[in-house]
Design a protein around this ligand. Structure first.
Ligand code: UT7
Length: 334
């Protein structure tokens, strides 16, 4: 799917993020599996990640992020009439994590549901919220992206354990006078799904069900380097913009090598590229909103700036959004 937006401008008016307290650095990881700081930093750029406590589930991490986003937007929770939570690690299959969050925050008028699109979940969710808002089906939306991947990782598998972390981010979206989202490009290739999957986690029976994430890292790497570029080029073309117009590039934070490759191929300079993978690892659906919040902290998200978001992940899925920033956003750091 690719389209430029039309009709009422819709934008992000509030932004927040949250990560668990516990820091797991590469040195500690190398006491758990056969790895070392040098390998992890050289191959991924990751130095540390956050890990949820035993009693912390997805909604515990999403709630502080959501509260910050609402506060920044000056939005009463009761005014939210749409809540989408993008995740692959909900508290449980049902009720949805979004229904639980809506209840805790006091959103009696909100349609609330979870959305699963792997690490691209947040980009899919903001596109959905945009559609509902611009069609007039909702007036003010809260979109949360978050994951607690530490609960579905094999803590004996060094090839996946070192890559991922836990975290969440949230945005409030609503109609604005001008600017806001210019367009979206979203895609999926289920044929490549087995390169990053959790067979046995649903109704399909497998002879050898897995409890933990399985990944063919090299294939996902090839896929990632391809779609991070093609998706960004597609949305820029659709919206009549060029790479030179981009002020802030917020790529999915999976691996600094993937980010560097995409930025170089696209011709986006380092100073415009947001990178925080070194402190959080890959937080899946939390990755892009966490990076957005870091960009806000740095003072980079000011009204009038053109921001490109591009994600990719399980599905396999990918997606980009182009937004002209409209609202002053202050640091929303964890
Ligand atoms: O949101 C999407 C999520 N997934 C991704 O983005 C993953 C994309 N893929 C990648 O980022 C990279 O493929 C990895 C970081 C997963 C792996 O990097 P690589 O440069 O492709 O390494 P490799 O898989 O080719 O492995 C090279 C070597 C192997 O040893 P041998 O066979 O050459 O002796 C691995 O066994 O590195 C070894 N290795 C490790 N060594 C130390 C694999 N994992 C580790 C580790 N520590 N954690």
């Amino acid at each position: 799917m690719i389209a430029r937006t039309n009709g009422t401008p819709i934008s992000i008016t509030g932004l927040g993020c949250h990560v668990p307290e516990r820091v797991l650095d590469n040195a500690e990881l190398s006491t758990i599996v056969d790895t070392n700081d040098e390998w992890i930093v050289e191959r991924t750029g990751i130095r540390e990640r956050r890990i949820a406590a035993e009693d912390e589930a997805l909604t515990d991490i999403c709630l502080p992020a959501a509260r910050r986003a609402l506060e920044m937007a000056g939005a009463d929770p009761a005014s939210i009439d749409l809540l989408i939570v993008a995740t692959v690690t909900p508290d449980m299959a049902f009720p949805s994590s979004s229904a639980l969050i809506a209840d805790t925050l006091g959103m009696p008028h909100a349609a609330a549901y979870d959305l699963s699109a792997g690490c691209t979940g947040f980009v899919y969710a903001i596109a959905q919220a945009h559609g509902m808002l611009s069609a007039g089906l909702a007036k003010r939306a809260l979109v949360v992206g978050g994951d607690v991947l530490s609960t579905i990782l094999d803590w004996t598998d060094r090839s996946t354990l070192v890559l991922f972390g836990d975290g969440a981010g949230a945005v409030v979206m609503e109609p604005v006078a001008r600017g806001g989202f210019l367009g979206f490009e979203l895609g999926a290739d289920g044929g490549g799904g087995a390169n990053l999957w959790l067979p046995g986690s649903g109704s399909r029976k497998f002879a050898e069900p897995e409890k933990y994430v399985k990944m063919n890292g090299r294939e996902v790497f090839k896929f990632a380097t391809r779609v991070m570029v093609s998706s960004a080029e597609a949305i820029l073309g659709e919206c009549g913009r060029t790479v030179a117009d981009i002020d802030v590039y917020v790529p999915h934070q999976a691996n600094v090598r993937i980010i560097d490759h995409a930025a170089k191929k696209l011709g986006i300079p380092q100073e415009k590229t947001v990178v925080n993978v070194e402190k959080y690892g890959n937080t899946s659906s939390g990755s892009i909103p966490l990076a957005l919040a870091d960009a806000a902290d740095d003072g980079r998200l000011v009204p009038g700036k053109l921001v490109l978001l591009t994600g990719m992940g399980a599905g396999l899925t990918w997606g980009s959004a182009l937004i002209e920033w409209t609202h002053p956003t202050t640091g929303a750091a964890a």
